[in-house]
Ligand binder design. Sequence first.
Ligand SMILES: Cc1cc2nc3c(=O)[nH]c(=O)nc-3n(C[C@H](O)[C@H](O)[C@H](O)COP(=O)(O)OP(=O)(O)OC[C@H]3O[C@@H](n4cnc5c(N)ncnc54)[C@H](O)[C@@H]3O)c2cc1C
Length: 433
Amino acid sequence: MPVAIVGGGASGTILAAQLARRGIESALIDGSGRAGKGVAYSMTEPAHLLNVRAEGMSAWAGDPDHFARRFEAEGGDRRGFAQRRLFGRYLGEQLEEAIVSGLTSLVHSSAVGAERVEGGWRLTFDDGSSIEADALALAIGNQEPEGLRPFEGVRERFIANPWGADARAAVEELADNGGDALLVGTGLTMVDLVLSLEAAGYRGRILGLSRRGQIPRGHADFQPAPVDAAEVPHGRVVAMWRWLRRRSAEVGWRAAVDSLRPHSHRLWQSLPPHEQQRFLRHARPWWDVHRHRIAPEVAATVARLISEGGLKIMAGRIVAAREGADGIEVELRRRGREVTERRTFAYAFNCTGPLHSMQRTRDPLLRSLLGSGQARSDQLGLGLDVDENSRAGERLWALGPLTKGRYWEIIAVPDIREQAAAVAEDIERELHE
Ligand SMILES: Cc1cc2nc3c(=O)[nH]c(=O)nc-3n(C[C@H](O)[C@H](O)[C@H](O)COP(=O)(O)OP(=O)(O)OC[C@H]3O[C@@H](n4cnc5c(N)ncnc54)[C@H](O)[C@@H]3O)c2cc1C
C-alpha cells in the first residue's frame, strides 16, 4: 500500500480525499467506527452547531466555498453555523467519493505499533494483524483527557471521557432522574455537555467550575480589521499581548483577535520555547475563549441557562471528592477564598479537555514511535516534533492536534485542510522521487 493514514476524523479524511484526487492509493485506518466524521462531527444531536461559519468549513484548500455551496443548496446561510452532524455528512461524502474512485480503502482497526521496514512502515493492529505502507500519516486527533486527581478514588458517576458512551448514558440518566451535575472545565467541552443535557430534557442544576471561570465567547458580526504581519510584534508574549489590548480598544476584540489568524503560525514560531510556555501558562485561557467562539444561538442558550439559574459558572478548584450515599461528595474552594464548601452531585464530568503531553501519553502507537526513536516530542511536549512539511520522521507525517507544538493553531478545519493539502503534495513528491 502506498500510504497508510491512521485516524479517520477530519484530518485523515481530508488527507485521503486529497491523495485520491492525486491518484494516490491510501488505507484509512480508524478503530472507532467514526471514519469520515471523527470525534467532533459524529454527534447526532441537532443542538450541536459548528463554531465556524459555514463559509469557513470547506474541506478543500483552493475551493473555500465548497461546503458553503453545499449548505446553501439545502437552504442554509453561508454566514450561519451549520449543525455539526450535517458537516459530518459532508465529510463522509468526501470520503465516499475517494472510496468510489477505488483509491481509498477503509480499515476498521486500531493501530497499536509502527516500525520501519525496507522502504516504508509496518503497522500492527490490536488484533495482531499488520499492513505495510510506503508512507505513514498520523491523524489520530486529540488524546483522551487525563484523569482528575481529586476523583481518583471515585469509581462510579465520574465521567472521565466526555465523548464516550458513558457520558451519553449519564446524560440520559440525569434527564430521567434529575440530580445536580458538575462539569469540571468551562470551555467548549462544557458547552457541548450543557447542550446535550438541555436537549435531553434535563432540568436540574449544572455547576461549571474552572480555575478562572472563563467561558467561550459568542460569535457576532463585526467589521474586519486586517493587519500586515509586520505591524504585529513577534518574539515576545508580553509585546503581542500589549498590541492585542491596544488593537482591541481601537477596533473591538473580535476584529483584533481574528486579524491575527493569517499570521498565527509565524507568530507562534517566532516565540522561543520559554515564551511559548509563558503563553500556555498565562495567555492561553484568555486566548482560547476569545479565539474559539461559539455560535450565537449556542451562546444565547448558555446565557439563558445562566440567567434562569440552571447553569452556574464558578471560578475555583476541586479540593477533594468521594463517593457518598447520594452521589459524589465534592469539596471545592472558590477562587480567592480560604474556606471550602461541600456539594453533592449525581454526576461529575471531566470537561478539562484533551491531554497535551507526550510524556504521559497512554496511546500505544505513539508510545511505540517515541520508544523506538522514530519520532520525538516537540519542544513543549504537546505533540510530535514536525518540520515545515509536517514530517515527523522518515516517510512519516503528522496532522492536526498532534502538530500543535509547531503550529499551535492547527485544530480547526480551515487550518487542517491547508495542512492536509500540503502533506498530500509532499507525500506525492516523496513517493514519486
Ligand atoms: C466537539 C468539537 C467540536 C468542534 N467544532 C469545530 C468546528 O465547528 N469547526 C472547526 O473548524 N473545528 C472544530 N473542532 C476542531 C476540529 O475540527 C476537530 O478537532 C478536528 O475535527 C480534528 O480532527 P482530527 O481528524 O484531527 O481528530 P479526530 O476527530 O479526533 O479523529 C481522529 C480519529 O482517529 C482515530 N484514532 C486515533 N488513534 C487511532 C489508532 N491508533 N488507530 C486507529 N484509529 C485511531 C480516533 O478514533 C478518531 O476517530 C471541534 C472539535 C471538537 C472536539
